[in-house]
Design a protein around this ligand. Sequence first.
Ligand code: PXG
Length: 285
Amino acid sequence: MGLKIWLNDGLVDESEAKVSVFDHGLLYGDGVFEGIRVYGGKIFELKAHIDRLYKSANAIRLKIHKDPEILMENTETTVKANHIEDGYIRLVVTRGVGTLGLNPLVCKESQIIIIAATIQLYPPELYENGLKIISANTMRNHPLSLNPQIKSLNYLNNILAKLEALDRDMLEAVMYNHMGYVAEATGDNVFIVRDGIVYTPPTAAGSLEGITRSIVMKLARECGYEVIERNLTRYDLYAAQEMFLTGTAAEVIGIVEIDGRTIGSGRPGPITRELLTKFEKYTRM
Ligand code: PXG
């Protein structure tokens, strides 16, 4: 017996969890999703993720045929049915079954998928030693074409940047927007520290409004650091004393090199380490 997967209105065995080849999520990447952590049996920031899911869906005019409260219950049920203590939830809503044509209006009903499983984490050494990354040549989606605040099933832009990193034996890449300002990494938000001040690009620069990002901003302020949302250039990254990425999977991870330039001392900086510790405590509260 495999995992229990939530499909629309109930749980089915993994082997039965199938979607149509006419689903527009598959045919066109027409859908939205969330990646959510489970810590100590508790779903982390479920409400924030559900809110973002409905906002993404609304932005692409996808009607989710279920109230958010019910979807939250379904998510809880899926986690419990699979006895997940520490793990990862993938919540996907597609446009549903349609025809071989772009027209989303022929799709009668959205398709809801909830997977609760374990998560592949970065090894602890990477948190100790920090990541080396690159600047991607692939520009982040222009906000007027597909706004990066929409967490859609269309991740090709990020995947192309990720391939650039993997080609160089690295795990992440910073993506820049059409103005040349830092947008985000392929699946994480970007922060730097300069003279004790924490900077992150505004989401208008072309990034997802990361849930980890907002918690880390709050925790940094609680620690007494000034946090400023400001456009950052490639030079700002090169000149940073510390740099880190935030995201559901990575949590808070230090960056020690970008494009061959060492950041700070070449080790994750003190504020980065402090914020990781604070974040870990926060997830276990
Ligand atoms: N930017 C992008 C493009 C993302 O996809 C983030 C920022 C960070 O947002 P949160 O809300 O997670 O702090 C994301 C989230 C994965 C994976 O499997 C990726 C994300 C989340 C969970 C898992 O690579 N990306």
